[in-house]
Design a protein around this ligand. Structure first.
Ligand code: C5P
Length: 225
C-alpha cells in the first residue's frame, strides 16, 4: 500500500448500537447503523493498520483487512475492547446503550392488564470510552464520538474531560428518523480537543473516515513509540 501511514499500528474501533435484553424476545436498542464506524475501520485498514473492529448488531459487511468481533450488549463490548488491548489508538464510535434492564427476564414478560407502569427497572451500563480513558493500558490516542442535538461543541468539551479522551468527534444527530445522520450516508462533524475546535463540512461518511484516519496517523507519528 502506498498509503501506509498507519503501518505497524493497532487501531481499535467500536461501531454500531448495542442491544440490551429485556426478556427472550425484547431488547433496548437505538438507531445507530454502524456505517461511520465501519467506514473508519475500512480507512484505517487501507492506511496499513492492524484493525480490531468490535461491532454491535449491524447489517454491514466486514471491511477488507479488518479483524471483526461481534457483540450484542455493552458489557460484551467492554470485554471485547479490553481483550483487544494494547492499541495505539482507540476510536469509540459505537452508540452504546446507556441503560440495560436490571434483571433480564428468563421468560417472556406478560402484561397483566392492571394499567400499572411496566415493571422495567434500568441500570447504567459501563462507559467503555471512560473506562479506556482511565485504563492502565490506555491507548496513546483516544477518540470518542458525541451524538448531540444541541449545544454540540459545549457538550463535547465537557465530554473530553469526563471521559479522559483526547478528541471528541461531535455530530448533530437532530432531524427526523430516516432524515438524520443516523442511518444516513453523510456526516458534518466538529473535532473538539485541547487544541480547539475544527469544523468539517458535511461529507460522505467515507470521507469523514479518511480525513479522521489521516489525522490519527499524523498524531501517532508525533508520539514516541
Ligand atoms: O456520553 P455519550 O454516550 O454521549 O458519549 C459518547 C461517546 O462515548 C462515544 O464515543 C461512545 O462510543 C462512547 N460510549 C461508550 N460507552 C458508553 C457510552 C458511550 O464507549 N456506555
Amino acid at each position: 500500500e502506498p498509503n501506509g501511514g498507519l503501518s505497524g499500528k493497532h487501531i481499535l474501533i467500536t461501531a454500531g448500537p448495542t442491544h440490551e435484553p429485556i426478556d427472550p424476545v425484547r431488547y433496548i436498542a437505538n438507531r445507530s447503523s454502524g456505517k461511520q464506524g465501519f467506514a473508519i475501520a475500512a480507512a484505517a485498514a487501507k492506511a496499513g493498520a492492524r484493525v480490531t473492529l468490535v461491532a454491535g448488531p449491524v447489517h454491514l459487511p466486514t471491511p477488507a483487512g479488518v479483524d471483526r468481533v461481534d457483540v450484542e450488549t455493552a458489557r460484551q463490548m467492554l470485554a471485547a475492547v479490553e481483550a483487544a488491548l494494547p492499541a495505539d489508538a482507540a476510536i469509540m464510535v459505537a452508540a452504546v446503550a446507556d441503560w440495560r434492564a436490571a434483571d433480564a427476564a428468563d421468560q417472556k414478560l406478560k402484561k397483566d392488564g392492571s394499567g400499572q407502569p411496566a415493571p422495567l427497572a434500568l441500570v447504567e451500563n459501563p462507559d467503555i470510552l471512560a473506562t479506556l480513558g482511565h485504563h492502565a493500558q490506555r491507548p496513546a490516542l483516544l477518540v470518542g464520538f458525541a451524538a448531540e442535538t444541541q449545544k454540540i461543541a459545549e457538550h463535547a468539551q465537557a465530554k473530553l474531560a469526563k471521559k479522559g479522551a483526547d478528541w471528541i468527534v461531535a455530530n448533530d444527530v437532530s432531524g427526523p428518523p430516516g432524515m438524520s445522520v443516523m442511518g444516513g450516508d453523510a456526516n458534518a462533524v466538529q473535532i473538539v480537543s485541547a487544541a480547539g475546535i475544527e469544523s468539517w463540512p458535511s461529507l460522505p461518511k467515507s470521507e469523514v473516515a479518511d480525513k479522521l484516519i489521516e489525522k490519527v496517523a499524523h498524531a501517532l507519528a508525533s508520539y514516541p513509540d
